[in-house]
Design a protein around this ligand. Structure first.
Ligand code: SAH
Length: 550
C-alpha cells in the first residue's frame, strides 16, 4: 500500500450487525485490520462504547479508519480533531452494504490508495474527489514509504500547474510513477525531482528518498548529536528528510543521548557491530548517501525494549492509552494466559507467549532474552503491574541475572502503570480509600503467614483502611477467616466492607456488607476486599472514608 501509514493497523468500525458482512469482506483483504463494534450491539474483534470518542481516539493514535456508516456521522465525530491537516491518518466512509466507498481525509497518508483497494474488494468504484489524483491516477503528494515530500505547499502549486496544462520531466528514480498518467515531456519546464539534496526551485516537485545513513561512532564524544547530524547534512547540501536512520555501535546501545537524537530527528536508531558503510571518521559523525531508500529493517538491529504494562481491571475503557500503545507496538507479548487474552486481539505477526500464572520469574527472564535480541517485548499484568504483579518480578530477574547476562542491561525498560483492582473497586463503591489506607496481599506463597498476621494487626491498630488482594484460594482455604479474626480485634462489627468481584469485567458484582456479616463464602480469588477504618461510612448506596480525622 504505497503511502499508507503501516505503523498502525487499520480499524474497520461498525455500528450494528447490518455492516458486519461488509466489514469482514474488507478485513479479508487487510488481514491486519481489526473490526471494532459497538458493545452490546454487534460482536466484533474489539468492542467500543461510544462511537465519537472511539474514532477520535483512533484518529489521534494515527490509526487508519474505515467507518461503515454515513460520511456525515464520521465528519461530525472527527470535526474537532481536523485542524492539523499535515498529520492525519486515512479516514473513509463505506456504505454498510458495501455499495459506496468514500475517501474523506488523509490525502497525504494514502486515503485514495486505500479507497481503491477497498473498491476492488467490494467491486465498486471509489468516490475519489481529488482532482490531481483523478487526472494522473496517482497522488503525487503522497509518495510511498522510503520517500518524503519536501514541501507540501510547493507540491500543491505544482499539481495545480499540471492540472492547468503544464508538462513535466522526471529527474531521478521514481519507480512508483512509472504507471502514472503524467503529462510528460523531456523538455518540460517543470520537473519531479527525486533527490536527497535540498532543492529550492519553484519549478520542481521535490521528493527526497530516505537514502542517507548517519553513523555515530562515539555517542559520548560531545553533546547534541541531532544538531551535529543536521549540520553535517547541511554542509553536504542534504535535506534532513533524506535521513533514513541513525546507526551506532552496539556498545552504545544504552546511550540516552542517541535515543534523544533519534527522537529529535524522527528517525529509527539501529545498532551495528561495525559501521554499515566505510566510515572514515569513525570517531565523529559519518554520513553515507545511497542511491535508493535504505532498507532500515535489514540495517543492524534495534535496541530491544521491555515494557511492563498494567491492563487495568478488565474493561477496555479502564486501560490507559499508554498501555494500549505499548500493546500496539509490541512484537512479543508475554503473560498469564487470562491476561494475554484480555490484552488481545493481536496481529498475525505479533508473537504471543502464554504461561502459567506461577512462572513469573521464568517469564521475566524470557522477556529479557527476547528484548536482548532487539525485539519489542511487552509483559502484561492485570491492574497495575507494580501491585503484586510482573514489574517487581522483572526487576528481580534483572537484579539476579544481569551479572551473567550483561546484555540485559542494554534493554530499554519501561513500566506503564494501570488502574489497580483496589482503586477500580473503590471507585465503584464511592471513596472508601478517601483517607489513609494500605494494601495487603493475603497470599502466603511468597511470604510467611506470620508476617501477614503481624501486618494486619499493625494496620488494624493504626486504623488504616485495608485493601486485601488475593483474599482466598483453594490452596489457602483458612487464611481469610483467620485474617478477619485479627481485623475484628480492632474494628467494630458494623464497619463497612466492600467486596468487588470481577470489577470492570462482564461478570462484575459489587457488594457492601458489615464486618460482622463478612464470611469467606462471599470471597474468592477474583474478589477485592476493602475493610473500612473507624470513620468509614455508608451514605445511600455509597461507601466513603472522610478526609478528616480527629
Ligand atoms: N496487579 C493487580 C493485582 C494482582 S493480584 C492489580 O493491580 O489489580 C490478584 C488479585 O487482585 C485478585 O486475587 C483479586 O483480589 C484482585 N483483582 C484483580 N482484578 C480484579 C478485578 N477485576 N476485580 C476484583 N478484584 C480483582
Amino acid at each position: 500500500m504505497a503511502g499508507v501509514n503501516a505503523s498502525a493497523s487499520m480499524a474497520i468500525v461498525v455500528l450494528g450487525p447490518a455492516a458486519i458482512d461488509t466489514a469482514r469482506h474488507i478485513q479479508a483483504r487487510f488481514p491486519e485490520a481489526r473490526v471494532h463494534g459497538l458493545a452490546n450491539r454487534v460482536s466484533a474483534d474489539i468492542a467500543y462504547d461510544d462511537f465519537g470518542a472511539h474514532v477520535r481516539e483512533l484518529y489521534r493514535a494515527d490509526v487508519p479508519i474505515v467507518a461503515l456508516c454515513s460520511a456525515g456521522i464520521v465528519i461530525r465525530a472527527l470535526a474537532a480533531c481536523l485542524i492539523d491537516k499535515e498529520a492525519e491518518p486515512p479516514v473513509l466512509a463505506v456504505a454498510q452494504d458495501g455499495s459506496a466507498v468514500v475517501p474523506l481525509i488523509g490525502g497525504m497518508s494514502g486515503v485514495n490508495v486505500l479507497a481503491r483497494e477497498i473498491g476492488i474488494a467490494l467491486d465498486v468504484a471509489p468516490a475519489i474527489t481529488t482532482s490531481g489524483e483523478l487526472r494522473f491516477g496517482q497522488c503525487l503528494l503522497a509518495p510511498p514509504e522510503g520517500y518524503a515530500l519536501a514541501d507540501i505547499e510547493q507540491g500543491k502549486r505544482f499539481v495545480s500547474d499540471l492540472l492547468a496544462g503544464a508538462t513535466t520531466r522526471i529527474e531521478g528514480r521514481a519507480p512508483w510513477l512509472d504507471d502514472a498518467a503524467l503529462p510528460r515531456a523531456d523538455d518540460a519546464r517543470l520537473a519531479v525531482r527525486i533527490t536527497p539534496l535540498v532543492a529550492n526551485d519553484a519549478d520542481s516537485l521535490v521528493i527526497h528518498p530516505r537514502c542517507v545513513l548517519a553513523w555515530i561512532g562515539n555517542a559520548s564524544s560531545g553533546e547534541n548529536i541531532a544538531e551535529r547530524v543536521r549540520l553535517a547534512m547541511r554542509e553536504r547540501g542534504l535535506s534532513p528528510l533524506a535521513l533514513a536512520a541513525l546507526t551506532a555501535p552496539v556498545r552504545d546501545m544504552a546511550s540516552p543521548s542517541l535515543d534523544d537524537a533519534a527522537r529529535a530527528l524522527n528517525v529509527p536508531l539501529r545498532f551495528c557491530d561495525a559501521a554499515p558503510f566505510d566510515a572514515s571518521d569513525v570517531q565523529g559523525i559519518a554520513l553515507h548517501v545511497g542511491d535508493a531508500p535504505v532498507d532500515v529493517q535489514s540495517t543492524g538491529r534495534a535496541r530491544g525494549t521491555l515494557t511492563v504494562i498494567g491492563l487495568g481491571p478488565g474493561s477496555a475503557e479502564l486501560m490507559t492509552p499508554a498501555a494500549r500503545a505499548a500493546l500496539g507496538a509490541a512484537q512479543d507479548v508475554l503473560g498469564y494466559e487470562t491476561y494475554v487474552r484480555m490484552a488481545g486481539p493481536f496481529r498475525d505477526e505479533q508473537r504471543v507467549h502464554m504461561t502459567d500464572n506461577r512462572e513469573e520469574l521464568q517469564r521475566a527472564r524470557h522477556a529479557f532474552e527476547l528484548a536482548s535480541e532487539g525485539r519489542r517485548v511487552v509483559v502484561v499484568s492485570s491492574g497495575d503491574p507494580g501491585v503484586f504483579a510482573m514489574a517487581a518480578a522483572v526487576l528481580e530477574a534483572l537484579d539476579e541475572g544481569r551479572a551473567a547476562h550483561p546484555e540485559w542491561s542494554t534493554v530499554k525498560l519501561a513500566i506503564v502503570p494501570g488502574v489497580s483492582a483496589s482503586l477500580a473497586t473503590a471507585a465503584r463503591a464511592g471513596a472508601p480509600l478517601g483517607h489513609d489506607f494500605c494494601v495487603l496481599s493475603l497470599s502466603d506463597n511468597l511470604k510467611p503467614w506470620s508476617v501477614i498476621e503481624k501486618r494486619i494487626a499493625h494496620a488494624g491498630e493504626a486504623d488504616l483502611v485495608m485493601a486485601f488482594y488475593n483474599p482466598l484460594s483453594k490452596a489457602r482455604p483458612w487464611q481469610f477467616d483467620r485474617a478477619m479474626e485479627i481485623v475484628k480485634r480492632f474494628r467494630d462489627s458494623k464497619t463497612p466492607v466492600v467486596l468487588g468481584r470481577d470489577i470492570g469485567r462482564p461478570a462484575e458484582t459489587l457488594r457492601v456488607v458489615t464486618l460482622g456479616e463478612l464470611k469467606s463464602e462471599l470471597v474468592d480469588m477474583r474478589t477485592m476486599v476493602i475493610v473500612g477504618s473507624s470513620t468509614t461510612r455508608v451514605v445511600g448506596d455509597w461507601v466513603y472514608t472522610p478526609r478528616w480525622y480527629e
